[in-house]
Design a binder for this molecule. Structure first.
Ligand SMILES: *Cc1c(COP(=O)(O)O)cnc(C)c1O
Length: 476
């Protein structure tokens, strides 16, 4: 078969694929949100085609879409209340199509100046939104929050130990210490492992009742480490914890970082989006940070592998990632011509920034503010509906993450887990379980920009139905 297929065949396939994708994207009733997976059936579908022969391209493509449809949790569904995975908005989905068709490589400015300048523009715009000064905004696009947080640890190390780029960690005489809260994302711990500091360099600081970092405990930890000959390196404040949506006191952390000379990183992977709304004041202090992680593939509703690492130190990315090679085009003579490959972890990479540029150009900041505010409002609605139906909300946040339980379920982990599993296998919804101060709760997050009041009413009805079923099983 011709490797290029033919123009008419491509056109035909494109239409068939788009039609198939639209049935899922446009008709949530056509798919079950989730179900118990049948591994045998999955393997059967995985092994449908032999690589020893060629296969009809249209058949292959439609088969794969069917496989994904049958055997995935449907994040795009309005009754998916999961782990920050959004329904991607249409312009951003088109960005992935454009990227794949034209296969732009933004490693070097010289190959893709338009794309690189679009990414610069978006980085500057986001930096301003977080309150960075115009001449103190730099950043790079990453594949996810894990890479953005890793980038933060590397920048902090290179700021504190300028010789590190040359000598590595073995040149250090004191062990650098990273502070985050018990509720921080585990990608911080992973970053510590990846850079070679190890898990023991991470201090998981105690939290308060509402699961924000306990500032007194933080100071005590830093003081203790100084006394014991460690090198306090950085504090990671979380703005919207993954479990319950807690926002650490960023202003206090900023002051502590200033006092002790530590790098201040804010992990706003999910919650950062709320800076565009009436909740902006809860992020006070973020403007004083050295860096910020913002996952656009969470609350900005764009496809996976889109994260932004922002920094107010405009020289640190270059210091951290610069290498000189003789096979890449030479740097441009203008300072502004930033080559992404010596400014970030990745080398060859896709035009990640297009996935946020397109929806911003189409909907504007105002469109995003409206959408994100709508999701915040749906969170409030969900809290009210739950309470009206006898459930107890266990977390305190204005973000649309609701952790809840029922008087009949209190202290009974197995029952909560059973209820969550039953709901997931119902095919009608997806939610998770999360422990708060030792008690397992049900956790629902409004991740879909199209989730409406009626979806929430259905959800609370579903909860009641399945809880009653569980009660019956247990009592009889
Ligand atoms: C999701 C999340 C991460 C990890 O981001 P990925 O995009 O999954 O790599 C880091 N920090 C927080 C607070 C998160 O919610």
């Amino acid at each position: 078969m011709n490797f290029n297929l033919t123009a008419s065949k491509r056109q035909e396939i494109l239409t068939a694929v788009t039609n198939e994708l639209e049935t899922v994207y446009n008709n949530p009733d056509e798919v079950v949100v989730s179900k118990e997976f049948n591994v045998e059936r999955i393997h059967e579908m995985v092994n449908a085609f032999s690589f020893e022969e060629s296969n009809d391209p249209e058949e292959v493509l439609l088969h794969v879409i069917e496989g994904i449809k049958e055997h995935s949790v449907h994040i795009t569904h309005p009754s998916y209340f999961g782990l920050f995975n959004p329904r991607a908005n249409f312009p951003s989905a088109m960005a992935d199509v454009i990227n794949s068709y034209l296969n732009i490589n933004v490693a070097g400015w010289g190959h893709a100046p338009y794309a690189c300048e679009i990414e610069r523009l978006v980085i500057k715009e986001f930096g301003s939104k977080f309150g960075y000064k115009d001449d103190a905004i730099d950043g790079t696009f990453c594949t996810g929050g894990a890479e953005s947080n890793l980038t933060a640890v590397l920048c902090a190390l290179n700021r504190h130990f300028p010789a590190m780029a040359e000598d590595g960690l073995l040149g250090l005489t004191k062990k650098p210490i990273i502070y985050c809260s018990l509720e921080s994302h585990h990608s911080i711990e992973k970053a510590a492992k990846v850079v070679g500091l190890g898990k023991s360099s991470v201090r998981s600081v105690a939290v308060e009742q509402d699961l924000q970092m306990n500032i007194t405990a933080l100071i005590g930890q830093i003081e203790g480490d100084l006394e014991n000959g460690f090198h306090p390196l950085m504090v990671v404040g979380t703005a919207g914890t993954t479990g319950v949506g807690a926002i650490d006191d960023l202003l206090e952390i900023a002051e502590i970082c200033e006092k002790y000379g530590l790098w201040f990183h804010v992990d706003a992977a999910y919650g950062g989006a709320a800076i565009l709304t009436h909740l902006k004041h809860q992020f006070k202090g973020i403007e004083k940070s050295d860096s910020i992680t913002l996952d656009l593939h969470k609350w900005f509703s764009v496809p996976m592998a889109t994260s932004l690492y922002l920094t107010s130190d405009t020289s640190i990315l270059h210091k951290t990632f610069n290498v000189k090679t003789d096979y890449m085009p030479a740097d441009g003579d203008q300072v502004e011509r930033i080559d992404s490959y010596i400014h970030s972890m990745q080398w060859s990479r896709r035009f990640i920034g297009l996935k946020i540029y397109l929806p911003l150009a189409v909907f504007g900041w105002e469109g995003y503010t409206k959408t994100i505010s709508h999701q915040i409002e749906m969170g409030d609605v969900l809290r009210s509906l739950l309470e009206e139906n006898g459930w107890i909300v266990k977390n305190r946040t204005d973000l649309p993450i609701v952790c809840f339980t029922h008087p009949d379920l209190l202290e009974n982990k197995e029952m909560v887990q059973q209820l969550v599993d039953d709901l997931i296998y119902s095919g009608e919804t997806w939610l998770s379980a999360y422990p708060i101060n030792g008690e397992l709760t049900l956790r629902a997050c409004i991740t879909n920009y199209d989730t409406q009041m009626e979806d929430l009413i259905n959800f609370t009805n579903l909860l009641s139905t399945y809880k009653e079923k569980l009660d019956e099983q247990i009592c009889c």
